[in-house]
Design a protein around this ligand. Structure first.
Ligand code: ADP
Ligand code: MG
Length: 252
C-alpha cells in the first residue's frame, strides 16, 4: 500500500499566502510615513487576486513585502503556513518594466535567475526552453532585450519568473506600460498560464477592467495609509459578464 500523501507536500495545496495585521511605515520620527495599516488577507493556493487602488496607496509596497524584498514591517506574513523569510524561488516576480539585463540574451537572463534555484545545466536548459515556449517566445530565445518589443520583453520577464516553477507569481502592474492591443493579448495569456499552472497569482493593477477580467477576487486599497477598503469576489463565470455587475460593487 502506498503511503498516504501528506497534505503539506501535495502540490495542489501549495502557494497559500497569509497576511496578518501588517503595518508598514517608511522613515522614522517626524518623517515617518505610514503606508500600510492593518492589512489582513488570506490568499488561497491557486487563487488569482488583483490589488487595485490609487497611485501611492501602497500596492507595490505590499507586493514587495509578499516577495520578501522588504523585511521591515510589523505583523506576520506566511507562505504555506511558514513565516516568509526573504526572497524565494517559490515566489516569482514580474514588474512593470521587464528588468531584463541588457547585456544578456533572453536565454541567459532566464539562466541567471535559475542559477539561484540550484539546478544543473541540463535541467536549466530544459526549463528555459519550456518557459519560453509557454509564453510563445521560442523564436526569440537567443535575442537581446533591445531586439524585443515591449510585449515580448514582458513575455520574457514572465518566462523568467515561471522558469523556476514558483508556487506564487507576484505581478506589479505587469501590463501597465504596454499598448492596448498587446495588453489584451497578454491578459489572455496570463489567464491561460494561470489555468495551466495552477499557480497562485497576485497582481497589482491600475486597471479595474483588467482586474475583473483576470481575478477571482479584487482587493481595493485606500490611500494614506493603505488599508483594505473592500474585497470583491468575482464570481461570474464568463469574464465578459463580469464588468457590468462588478464595476458597481467596486465603484463606491
Ligand atoms: P503604489 O504602488 O500603490 O503606487 P507604493 O507602494 O509604491 O504605492 O508607495 C506607497 C507610498 O510609500 C508612497 O507614498 C511612496 O512615496 C512611499 N514609498 C514607497 N517606497 C518608499 C521608500 N523606499 N521610502 C520611502 N517612502 C516610500
Ligand atoms: Mg506601484
Amino acid at each position: 500500500m502506498n503511503a498516504p500523501v501528506s497534505i503539506k507536500t501535495s502540490t495542489h495545496l501549495r502557494g497559500a499566502l497569509s497576511v496578518i495585521g501588517i503595518h508598514k511605515v517608511f522613515g522614522e520620527g517626524a518623517a515617518a510615513l505610514p503606508v500600510l495599516e492593518d492589512i489582513n488577507l488570506a490568499i488561497r493556493p491557486g487563487e488569482f487576486v488583483a490589488i487595485v487602488g490609487a497611485s501611492g496607496c501602497g500596492k507595490s509596497t505590499l507586493l514587495r513585502l509578499l516577495a520578501g524584498l522588504d523585511t521591515q514591517f510589523e505583523g506576520v506574513l506566511l507562505h504555506d503556513g511558514e513565516p516568509l523569510k526573504g526572497t524565494s524561488t517559490q515566489r516569482g516576480l514580474v514588474f512593470q518594466d521587464h528588468r531584463l539585463l541588457p547585456w544578456l540574451t533572453v536565454r541567459q537572463n532566464i539562466d541567471l535567475a535559475l542559477l539561484n534555484a540550484g539546478l544543473d545545466t541540463t535541467s536549466r536548459q530544459q526549463r528555459i526552453a519550456a518557459s519560453v515556449e509557454q509564453v510563445g517566445l521560442t523564436p526569440f530565445i537567443d535575442a537581446w532585450p533591445h531586439q524585443l518589443s515591449g510585449g515580448m520583453a514582458q513575455r520574457a520577464a514572465i518566462a523568467r519568473a515561471l522558469a523556476a516553477r514558483p508556487q506564487v507569481l507576484l505581478l506589479d502592474e505587469p501590463l501597465g506600460a504596454l499598448d492596448a492591443l498587446t495588453r489584451l493579448k497578454l491578459q489572455q495569456e496570463l489567464r491561460r498560464l494561470w489555468q495551466e499552472e495552477a499557480i497562485t497569482m497576485v497582481m497589482v493593477t491600475h486597471d479595474i477592467e483588467e482586474a475583473l477580467y483576470l481575478a477571482d477576487r479584487v482587493i481595493v486599497l485606500d490611500a494614506r495609509p493603505g488599508r483594505i477598503r473592500k474585497e470583491v469576489p468575482v464570481d461570474l463565470p464568463h469574464p465578459r459578464n463580469r464588468n457590468a455587475a462588478n464595476f458597481v460593487a467596486l465603484r463606491d
